[in-house]
Design a protein around this ligand. Sequence first.
Ligand SMILES: *[C@@H]1O[C@H](CO)[C@@H](O)[C@H](O)[C@H]1NC(C)=O
Ligand SMILES: *[C@@H]1O[C@H](CO)[C@@H](O)[C@H](O)[C@H]1NC(C)=O
Ligand SMILES: *[C@@H]1O[C@H](CO)[C@@H](O)[C@H](O)[C@H]1NC(C)=O
Ligand SMILES: *[C@@H]1O[C@H](CO)[C@@H](O)[C@H](O)[C@H]1NC(C)=O
Ligand SMILES: *[C@@H]1O[C@H](CO)[C@@H](O)[C@H](O)[C@H]1NC(C)=O
Ligand SMILES: *[C@@H]1O[C@H](CO)[C@@H](O)[C@H](O)[C@H]1NC(C)=O
Ligand SMILES: *[C@@H]1O[C@H](CO)[C@@H](O)[C@H](O)[C@H]1NC(C)=O
Length: 505
Amino acid sequence: MSRELKVLQIILVLLVTLSLSTTYSNGKLIPKGAAVFDSSGFAILTNTTKHSYGQLVNHEPFYMKDVNFSIDFLFGIVPEHNHSASHGMAFVLSPTRHLPGASSGQYLGLFNETNNGNASNNLIAIELDIHKDQEFGDIDDNHVGININGLRSVLSAPAGYYDDKDGSFKNLSLISGKVLRISIVYSLVDKQLNVTLCPAEFSVPPLKPLLSLNRDLSSLLLEDMYYGFTASTGSTGALHYMLAVFSTDNPENPLWDLNAIPVLPPYPKKPSHTARTVLVVCLTLSVIAAFVASWIGSVFYLRHKKVKEVLEEWEIQYGPHRFAYKELFNATKGFKEKQLLGNGGFGQVYRGTLPEFLRTGRATTSTDVYAFGLVMLEVVCGRRLIERRAAENEEFLVDWILELWENGKIFDAAEESIRQEQHRGEIELVLKLGVLCSHQAETIRPDMSAVMRMLNGVSQLPDNLLDVVTDERLRGRPEISMEVLLDMNSMSRLTFTHSFISHGR
Ligand SMILES: *[C@@H]1O[C@H](CO)[C@@H](O)[C@H](O)[C@H]1NC(C)=O
Ligand SMILES: *[C@@H]1O[C@H](CO)[C@@H](O)[C@H](O)[C@H]1NC(C)=O
Ligand SMILES: *[C@@H]1O[C@H](CO)[C@@H](O)[C@H](O)[C@H]1NC(C)=O
Ligand SMILES: *[C@@H]1O[C@H](CO)[C@@H](O)[C@H](O)[C@H]1NC(C)=O
Ligand SMILES: *[C@@H]1O[C@H](CO)[C@@H](O)[C@H](O)[C@H]1NC(C)=O
Ligand SMILES: *[C@@H]1O[C@H](CO)[C@@H](O)[C@H](O)[C@H]1NC(C)=O
Ligand SMILES: *[C@@H]1O[C@H](CO)[C@@H](O)[C@H](O)[C@H]1NC(C)=O
């Protein structure tokens, strides 16, 4: 239950308590301990707290010296467990409003270990006991008893009633959760106290009482006597309801509506172990899920940030063309993608970028182009940059591709599974571009936007590209500026060719 609901419930109970405590014809019943008035106006003497007790005692005394009296009340006990009951409840007549030393458990909220049985208590109680306490000589765990000054009953009987028709005894369970009626009648002349139990539906109690105590109680019945109700719980719980109390002295006294005997709600279920376990597991899982989600989120964010840092103007300008790069990877499906990507294809590339970074001492846009070129080659050829187990001339991927290119067989460098004749043009383009991008001479590497234009067929590779990339002087002299010659923004086959020749020789 949410806190708000609980607060609301408490407020409601308080309001009902305030209004109902004034409605009892003979005065107010003041709750004490665990006792409360519920939203229906019924008093619940105990709550689900174990080893607790509750009391409900009238706020002012009644004159009971030398009178006949008759009191009826409706009650019900809802146990936590059907077969192992808690402790019972009692109707009490006391010379004091305060019951000193009231205790829980077998003391029923009436007495404690010290004052139990002490004649100075001056108490008469009718107990509705649902626990068999050997120490008090209880007959069973479902009995009605008449107690004087202590918990050892002066008279008791198993709960039930004698049928008016045939006089047969009918058992009743005190913990059925059904509403029952108790009728207590004392005759001054007969010096007799009768106690009768019956279902609440009975308009009049059976003629034969369950208990009939022949004893002069005048020494106990004083001028000022308080009446009340008590109940207690032990290691198992029970809710003890007191629904109505009235005197039948007056035959005109209106009784309750027999068609409206309330059905008591079941004992409140506390969250079971399973439910609690499920709750804990769910909470734990959601916490873990939240952690994983935020972790994945941050990884993606950092990655995205990194990619953003690496890619520059060309990407902003040619953003959609990144798909060409993606398509390249998609095209490699079917050959050793796992080995390539999982087995350090990128690691190779980045290592390639690093042996480059160390040489030039700076990371530049052309460094990214360099790495991109190597990735293209690794992916299309389906092998690493350096394959130690390969034939001597195939050991270094770029050198091997160059050699094939010089022999007019660059297409053969492509991985077998993608080496399809109808893709020859594209594959050769990617291979040549890869070689160009990963060229040792930083200055002849095209910028990324030029790479994208060529991959998309907007511009084309220069015819004399092979001469450019195999030029020994360029290979050895990366510092030679080729920027003017390789201004890819204005590049055409002819200008490129021409420019290179004019510069190179
Ligand atoms: C039961 O009543 C006692 C005494 O008033 C109180 O301390 C306790 O919190 C109540 N328990 C529940 C579950 O309401
Ligand atoms: C008590 O009841 C008896 C008869 O049942 C009657 O004779 C007697 O007067 C009553 N006593 C008082 C004090 O009402
Ligand atoms: C307990 O008793 C009630 C009422 O008699 C019944 O509805 C319920 O099924 C019983 N529960 C168990 C566990 O026996
Ligand atoms: C029982 O109650 C009386 C009166 O309140 C008190 O003096 C006494 O210490 C209590 N005994 C125990 C065992 O609690
Ligand atoms: C009974 O209670 C009274 C008052 O509390 C006390 O003085 C007396 O000693 C008690 N008697 C016994 C037998 O405990
Ligand atoms: C009534 O209860 C008693 C004791 O609990 C038992 O022995 C007896 O068989 C019950 N009678 C009926 C009719 O249930
Ligand atoms: C108690 O019950 C007996 C038996 O039914 C009856 O004769 C007697 O009048 C009753 N006494 C009182 C005070 O109701």
